[in-house]
Design a protein around this ligand. Structure first.
Ligand code: UD2
Ligand code: MN
Length: 569
């Protein structure tokens, strides 16, 4: 009796477990195959009458994607292909943004032209960007969409896109669709300028080709722009994870900034008294390159600097130019646009220098991406930094060797723009917009690369496997050092400090997290020597590329270390 009860119980339990396991497998499958998204999107498709492209057309377009390895896109292309054309996205903005009514101008006075330039974007990703934009933008404001194929390898893509979109939106006549293809790649900056040239709306929005606008993205931006004609705005960018394509909330406590090497950085900001997370806030530069500006302001500023090539720096230049010449920049957190932030460039950069050019060897060997960015940065420094450009060259000494030989691509001339628009000198920006630029060197007695006999002191590897060595000064990743005025700390950008372990039998050089009041991290500058305060020993490179500490010997070449930039005492 009890035996059969046992058996039945075991059977029952086994049954339940099998059922649970099956449910789990089904759940995993549903999630993996994006079926949930599919279901949601079907509902969405029914709800959103504006979206006129049918599921089979999406499939037809996407299945012609050429097969490429992961590195080609730097995100999960298969997953993108299987996700819905338009996904339901989480609401990431502050809930008060949903309740607000935005003061908008009549649509006939606020026509929007969206410019998307792409190079080698996956079909599903590009189409999702476009369809999401069309379905989440009030029809009456979305005047036109300008899509520029910047020499992509998938040669059939643009024509096919044009066919599908034109068929889908012809009836309602909106948005106006403009397609243009660069047979040879001309770069993002040229293409965005071209897009702006083709545009006819009142406002321009520059968008990357792997974005998903979130609900209600336009109204908060438009409201700000119509309140203040000197303004240009960015939405708050929500990151989309490249592998899972999950849509996450961006951070409202960050603004856009740059350092003296003209690299973009997110900077922390502090909320003022009573300021809420939903309020627009000023920012030294745009949230990356996704920005909205009146076409008239963009024209007055002569657009993006056409001397900048391929990729990089154009939105920083536009920001500097805008601030100095009477404009303002805001990030508007009630407007959300998702963007895939990729870990690495998905495309090659055309070589900047040919072997014939007389250049320092290291510069010649610089990767094309680095060389392009360095050249673009040099153009910006030369155009706008005035007497502060020495700080740029201190951090990027190899930029000095870059020949600019600007091709006469246009009449673009910063000096003329400054005169035309009565622009302020760069110093004004440091005083009123980017005080952090001033702080970046106020408490330093030296900064930049640290050179001994033509080689530079460099930290290789990551914690805990750090290595201190001497390397070529022209590699762009070479460590930039900061010698702090008061603490005597010699630190890297990662806040690692050069220290000496005095307890060991032989004092040893080491790298440790910078901490206030650590005497082991205190260095003294004696002419070109670096003397450790506690042990009185000097940094030395007696045998080629071997760093150690030894008794200080004035005039010893192996103990002479030059910073790229030394402040006057
Ligand atoms: C960032 C900006 C981007 C732009 C760029 C610097 C964000 C979210 N994005 O891009 O707006 O300011 O930095 O220039 O901050 N592309 C071309 N032709 C090329 C190379 C790229 O059309 O030769 C397209 C590309 O397909 C993409 C866009 O340009 O749509 C930006 O390139 P990215 O997405 O690879 O680089 P990202 O996101 O760092
Ligand atoms: Mn991008």
């Amino acid at each position: 009796m009890s035996g059969s009860l046992h058996r039945r119980l075991r059977c029952c339990l086994l049954g339940i477990m099998t059922l649970l396991a099956m449910q789990f497998v089904i759940l995993v499958l549903v999630v993996r195959l994006g079926l949930i998204d599919e279901l949601i999107s079907r509902r969405l498709l029914l709800q959103q009458q504006q979206l006129s492209l049918h599921q089979h057309e999406w499939q037809d377009f996407v299945t012609h994607t050429p097969d490429q390895p992961h590195a080609f896109y730097q995100y999960n292309r298969q997953l993108s292909d299987n996700l819905a054309a338009v996904r339901l996205l989480p609401t990431t903005r502050h809930e008060s943004c949903n309740r607000r009514r935005y003061a908008l101008p009549h649509a006939s006075l606020a026509k929007l032209s969206v410019v998307i330039s792409f190079h080698n974007e996956a079909r599903s990703m590009l189409l999702r960007t476009i369809l999401t934009l069309i379905s989440r933008t009030p029809q009456e404001y979305l005047h036109e969409l300008i899509v520029i194929d910047d020499g992509s390898e998938d040669v059939g893509l643009l024509a096919s896109l044009e066919r599908h979109l034109t068929a889908a939106y012809a009836e309602r006549g909106r948005p106006r669709l403009i397609f243009s293809r660069n047979l040879n790649r001309k770069g993002l900056i040229w293409s965005r300028n071209e897009g702006a040239r083709l545009a006819s709306g009142h406002y321009l929005l520059f968008l990357d080709s792997h974005c998903e606008v979130n609900d209600g993205w336009l109204e908060p931006l438009l409201e700000r722009l119509t309140l203040n004609s000197r303004l240009a705005v960015s939405p708050l960018l929500d990151p989309i994870e490249p592998e899972t394509l999950s849509y996450m909330a961006g951070n409202e406590l960050l603004k856009g900034g740059f350092d003296w090497s003209l690299h973009f950085h997110w900077l922390p900001r502090v909320l003022a008294d009573k300021e809420t997370l939903a309020q627009p806030y000023t920012s030294p530069v745009f949230a990356g390159g996704i920005l909205m500006i009146s076409r008239e302001s963009f024209r007055k500023l002569h657009g993006f600097n056409p001397h900048l090539e391929i990729w990089g720096g154009e939105s920083i230049e536009l920001a500097i130019k805008l601030w100095l010449c009477g404009g303002q920049i805001e990030i508007v957190p009630c407007s959300r646009i998702g963007h895939i932030f990729r870990a690495a460039h998905a495309f090659e950069f055309p070589p900047q220098y040919d072997q014939e050019q007389e250049l320092e060897q290291e510069l010649q060997q610089l990767g094309s991406a680095q060389a392009t960015y360095l050249r673009n940065s040099k153009i910006i420094a030369e155009s706008w930094l005035d007497e502060y450009k020495y700080l740029f060259y201190a951090l990027k000494p190899s930029a000095r060797e870059i020949p600019l030989n600007l091709r006469p691509v246009s009449t673009y001339d910063p000096a003329q723009i400054k005169a035309e628009l009565k622009c302020q000198p760069f110093d004004w920006l440091m005083r009123h917009v980017s005080p952090e630029l001033r702080l970046q060197h106020a408490n330093l007695s030296a900064l930049g690369t640290l050179r001994n006999a033509g080689r530079c002191l460099h930290v290789a590897g990551t914690v805990p496997q750090l290595q201190l060595l001497l390397t070529s000064c022209h590699s762009l990743q070479v460590t930039q050092w900061h010698l702090h005025h008061e603490s005597g700390q010699l630190s890297t950008e990662q806040r690692l400090c050069l220290a000496v372990d005095a307890a060991a039998k032989q004092p040893q050089l080491s790298l440790e997290p910078c901490r206030a009041g650590q005497t082991g991290q205190h260095w003294l500058r004696r002419n070109t020597q670096l003397q450790h305060a506690r042990t009185h020993l000097c940094l030395d490179n007696p045998l080629k590329d071997q760093l150690l500490l030894s008794r200080c010997r004035p005039h010893a070449v192996s103990q002479s270390f030059q910073f790229a930039l030394e402040m006057e005492a």
